[in-house]
Design a protein around this ligand. Structure first.
Ligand code: FEO
Ligand code: CA
Ligand code: CA
Ligand code: CA
Length: 518
C-alpha cells in the first residue's frame, strides 16, 4: 500500500485472524477449518462502518465473498468435496463485527470483546416489510416466510441516523444451482442471473441452495439488512421495502421534514439507480423500526437535457402488487421505463450541499447489448460512451432542495479516461483527469465531513493498453467545489480497494484491501 508523505499505514485485521482467544490462526496450507473460520475475520473485506457504545469503538465489516482457491487450498481447483468444506465457505462470508482500539502500537481488534460477532450464511434473520409472509418467500424450512437464514455477498454498506449498520446483498445469485440441470427457471429468476449451475457448489451439500428443491429460496435474498452492531444478541432484519436487486450500498440522508431517503445502486450492466423515501419521519429517540419498512420505492430516469425524475414503483405504474415490486424489483423498474445505467455502484451524499453522486463503474455492453430484461442501453445522458470501460461519476441536485423531491438536474462530475493515450475524443476523459490522477472503474465512494469525496477503484490493473499509466487499484480524493481530483492511496497488485470509514477522532481512515495478490 502506498500513501502520501506524512501518512502511515498498517494492517488492522486480515482474513483468518482469530477474533476470540483459543482459536487457531489460519493455516495457510489448508485455509483453516469451518470451526476456525467461524471465529475469525471473514474473507474479502468490503463496506464497513464504525459505531460507538460508551468508550467502545465497534467496527462492522462486510466479508463479501471468498477466493475458493485460497480458502480451500487443500482441494483441487478450490472445489468443495463435503459438507465441512461448504460450512467453511459459508463461515468466511457475511459480516465481522469487532471491537477495535488504539494502543501504543496503533489500532488492533480487541480479542474476546463482548461486542465481537460473526454473521454468516446461516445466521437467522427476520424478513420485514411488504414481502414478509408472502407466498413467494415461503419455503419448506420456513412455511411462514418470515425467518431467513443468512446474508451473503455483502458488498457496500450504509449507516442510519439512529446508529445501525446497513449491509447490502449484491451477487446473491451465484450461490444457487440445481441438481436437475434441465430445470426450467422462471423469467423473474433469470433476470437476476440465477442459473442451474452455481459458482460455489453449495447445492450439492445443502438442499436450501438446490433450486429443484426450493424455488423460493432466492426470493429471500438480494435485500438490504439492518443490524444493530452494538448489540451482539440482536436479530438482523432484512428490509424488503428497499427492493430486491444486486445492492451495492445504501446512502441514507434525512430530508428536513425528517423523512428518511435511501439511495441505492443495482450493480449490473444496464440496471438501475433507486431511491426509497420513508412514510414516517425520524425523531431522535423515537421508534425507528418502521422507517425502513414503510415507504415508497422510486427509480431514476435521466433526460438528455440534464434534467431527470424519480419514477414511483406502484401497482398503478407497474401492474404489479406492492409485494411483487419488492421481490421482482428489476422487472418493475423496466416496466416504468427507467434509464439503464453503466453499473451503478456506491452513492454518496454531499454533506455541504443538497446533491448526491453515483459511481457508474463501467459497461462494456453500453450501446451494444440490452440488459438482462431486454431494455435497450442507448449511448447518451449520464452514460455517454459506447463499450464504456473507464466509467464515470454522475451527480444530481433535487429541484426544490430536498432529497424527497421528484425532479432533479444532473451532470457528470468526472468522466474517467486516459488523456495520455487519447488527447481528444470520448476516451480522453473530462478536464479534471490528467496523467497524475488517471483511473478506471470508480466503485466505493464516501464523503468526509469536510465535503471531500473519497473515490475507490475496482478496475483493470494491467497498466497496459487503454489502461497504461493507471496502475493498480487506488483511492482518490475529489473536491467537488473545484473539480480537482488527486490520487491518495495505491493498493498492492491484483487488489480492489473497497470500503472506507473513519475512527471517531477522524485521525485514522480504515480502508479495505480486497483479495490482494489472489
Ligand atoms: Fe461488490 Fe458492485 O461491487
Ligand atoms: Ca463494489
Ligand atoms: Ca465493482
Ligand atoms: Ca469485489
Amino acid at each position: 500500500v502506498t500513501v502520501p508523505e506524512g501518512y502511515e499505514w498498517d494492517v488492522l485485521v486480515r482474513w483468518g485472524q482469530p477474533m476470540w482467544s483459543g482459536v487457531a490462526d489460519v493455516d495457510q496450507a489448508t485455509g483453516g477449518t469451518a470451526e476456525t473460520q467461524a471465529k475469525s475475520f471473514g474473507d474479502n473485506t468490503d463496506g464497513m462502518a464504525v459505531f460507538s457504545k460508551g468508550d467502545h469503538q465497534i467496527l462492522a465489516v462486510n466479508n463479501e465473498y471468498i477466493q475458493n482457491k485460497v480458502l480451500l487450498k487443500d482441494r483441487e481447483d478450490g472445489k468443495a468435496i463435503n459438507v465441512a468444506d461448504v460450512q467453511k465457505m459459508k463461515n468466511a462470508h457475511g459480516i465481522s463485527i469487532l471491537e477495535i482500539e488504539e494502543g501504543a502500537n496503533g489500532w488492533a481488534p480487541v480479542l474476546d470483546s463482548e461486542f465481537n460477532r460473526r454473521i454468516t450464511i446461516d445466521t437467522p434473520m427476520e424478513l420485514t416489510g411488504p414481502v414478509a409472509g408472502h407466498e413467494l418467500v415461503k419455503t419448506s424450512a420456513d412455511p411462514e416466510g418470515k425467518t431467513v437464514l443468512g446474508t451473503w455477498n455483502n458488498c457496500g454498506n450504509g449507516e442510519t441516523p439512529w446508529g445501525t449498520y446497513l449491509t447490502c446483498e449484491e451477487n446473491f445469485n451465484g450461490y444457487f444451482g440445481s441438481s436437475d440441470e434441465n430445470q426450467e427457471l422462471p423469467a423473474e429468476l433469470k433476470r437476476y442471473g440465477i442459473k442451474t449451475s452455481s459458482r460455489y457448489g453449495f447445492e450439492k451439500f445443502d438442499a436450501r441452495f438446490d433450486l429443484s428443491k426450493d424455488i423460493n429460496e432466492p426470493n429471500r435474498h438480494g435485500y438490504i439488512v439492518e443490524i444493530d452492531a452494538t448489540d451482539p444478541t440482536s436479530t438482523p432484519k432484512k428490509r424488503t421495502a428497499l427492493g430486491r436487486f444486486k445492492h451495492e450500498n445504501a446512502e441514507v440522508v434525512l430530508a428536513s421534514d425528517g423523512r428518511v431517503v435511501v439511495y441505492m445502486g443495482d450493480d449490473e450492466r444496464g440496471e438501475f439507480l433507486y431511491r426509497f423515501v420513508s412514510d414516517n419521519a425520524y425523531v431522535e429517540g423515537g421508534d425507528t423500526d418502521n422507517l425502513l419498512t414503510e415507504g415508497q420505492l422510486y427509480v431514476a430516469k435521466f433526460n438528455d437535457d440534464l434534467t431527470g425524475e424519480w419514477l414511483a414503483l406502484t401497482p398503478e405504474t407497474t401492474g404489479m402488487t406492492k409485494e411483487e415490486i419488492c421481490i421482482h424489483t428489476r422487472v418493475a423498474a423496466s416496466a416504468v421505463g427507467a434509464t439503464t445505467m453503466d453499473r451503478p455502484e456506491w452513492v454518496a451524499v454531499n454533506p455541504l450541499r443538497v446533491e448526491a453522486y453515483c459511481a457508474l463503474t463501467n459497461n462494456k455492453n453500453r450501446g451494444l447489448k440490452p440488459n438482462a430484461g431486454g431494455d435497450e442501453t442507448p449511448v447518451g445522458g449520464p452514460n455517454p460512451r459506447e463499450a464504456n470501460n473507464f466509467g464515470q461519476i454522475v451527480r444530481w441536485r433535487p429541484e426544490g432542495g430536498e432529497h424527497t423531491d421528484d425532479g432533479f438536474t444532473w451532470d457528470l462530475y468526472v468522466l474517467a479516461g486516459n488523456p495520455e493515450l487519447y488527447p481528444e475524443g470520448p476516451l480522453a476523459g473530462s478536464d479534471n483527469i490528467n496523467a497524475g490522477n488517471m483511473f478506471n472503474s470508480p466503485d466505493g465512494m464516501v464523503f468526509d465531513s469536510k465535503g471531500l469525496l473519497w473515490i475507490q477503484t475496482d478496475g483493470n490493473y494491467s497498466n497496459e493498453g487503454d489502461f497504461a499509466g493507471q496502475g493498480n487499484n487506488q483511492m482518490l480524493i475529489g473536491d467537488p467545489a473545484t473539480g480537482e481530483i488527486v490520487r491518495f492511496l495505491t493498493g498492492p497488485q491484483n487488489c480492489e480497494v473497497t470500503g472506507l470509514c473513519f475512527s471517531l477522532d477522524r485521525r485514522t481512515a480504515f480502508v479495505g484491501i480486497q483479495h490482494p495478490a489472489a
